[in-house]
Design a binder for this molecule. Structure first.
Ligand code: HEM
Length: 178
C-alpha cells in the first residue's frame, strides 16, 4: 500500500479526532508512522491501523474503512483536481476509474496496487460497480463513492448484494443516486 494512503488516513484521523489519536493508533498498531507518499508499505499496516481504530471506536473494521474513504475523497479532490473537472456528476466520474484515474495513479506512484472495477446499470437505473481486489477493501470503495457523490452534490445510497467477505468472487456495489 502506497504511503499516500497512510498520509490521507493520518489527515482524516487528525482532523476529526486530533493528532494525539493518530499517535495512539500508531502505538496500538506498533508502527512508527514515518510514511512518505511514494513509499510502499505492507498492506498489513493499514489493516493494523484500521483494527486499532476499530477497537478504539468500537466499530467494525469495514465501517472504519468506509468512514476513511468518505473523508479521503475531498482530500483527493484537492490533490488531484484534474480528475474531477468536466464531469456532470458522480456516475461519469466513477466511469473513469479504470480508464483514467487509477492508470494515472500507476504513473504517479510506481508499484501501486489498485482494484479492478466493472460497470453496469441496474433495472432501477442505478449504477452497478463490480469490485475485484485481493485486498478486499470494498467498503473503502463504498466510502470513496459516498465522498464522490457529496463532491458532485448528489446523494448516493449503496447496497452490496454480493461481497468477497461472504465468499463471492467479486463484490458488487449497487449505487442509487437521489
Ligand atoms: C482522485 C481520485 C483517486 C485517486 C487519486 C486514487 C488513488 C489511489 C491510490 C494512490 C491507491 C493506493 C494504491 C496502492 O497503495 O498501491 C488507491 C487504492 C484504491 N482506490 Fe483509488 N483513487 C481515486 C479514486 C478512487 C475512487 C472514486 C474509488 C472508488 C470507487 C477508489 C477505490 C480504491 C480502492 C478501494 C483502493 C484500495 C486498494 C484496493 O482495493 O485494491 N479510488 N487509489
Amino acid at each position: 500500500m502506497k504511503g499516500i494512503i497512510f498520509n490521507l488516513l493520518e489527515e482524516a484521523v487528525s482532523k476529526e479526532f486530533g493528532d494525539a489519536t493518530w499517535d495512539k493508533l500508531l502505538d496500538e498498531a506498533n508502527l512508527s508512522g514515518a510514511y512518505t507518499s511514494l513509499g510502499n508499505y505492507a498492506d498489513g499496516e493499514v489493516v493494523a491501523l484500521v483494527g486499532a481504530a476499530s477497537k478504539a471506536l468500537n466499530l467494525p473494521p469495514r465501517d472504519i474503512l468506509r468512514w476513511f474513504g468518505q473523508r479521503a475523497l475531498p482530500m483527493l479532490a484537492v490533490r488531484y483536481p484534474d480528475f474531477f473537472v468536466g464531469h456532470a456528476g458522480t456516475r461519469s466520474f466513477l466511469l473513469t476509474l479504470n480508464s483514467i484515474i487509477h492508470p494515472e495513479v500507476h504513473k504517479l506512484y510506481p508499484g501501486a496496487s489498485t482494484p479492478v472495477f466493472d460497470f453496469g446499470v441496474s433495472d432501477d437505473g442505478g449504477m452497478i460497480i463490480g469490485y475485484s481486489s485481493p485486498r478486499k477493501m470494498c467498503t473503502l470503495a463504498e466510502g470513496f463513492v459516498l465522498g464522490a457523490a457529496e463532491h458532485f452534490h448528489e446523494q448516493a445510497e449503496i447496497t452490496q448484494p454480493q461481497c468477497m467477505h461472504d465468499g463471492a468472487s467479486r463484490c458488487v456495489l449497487h449505487v442509487r443516486f437521489h
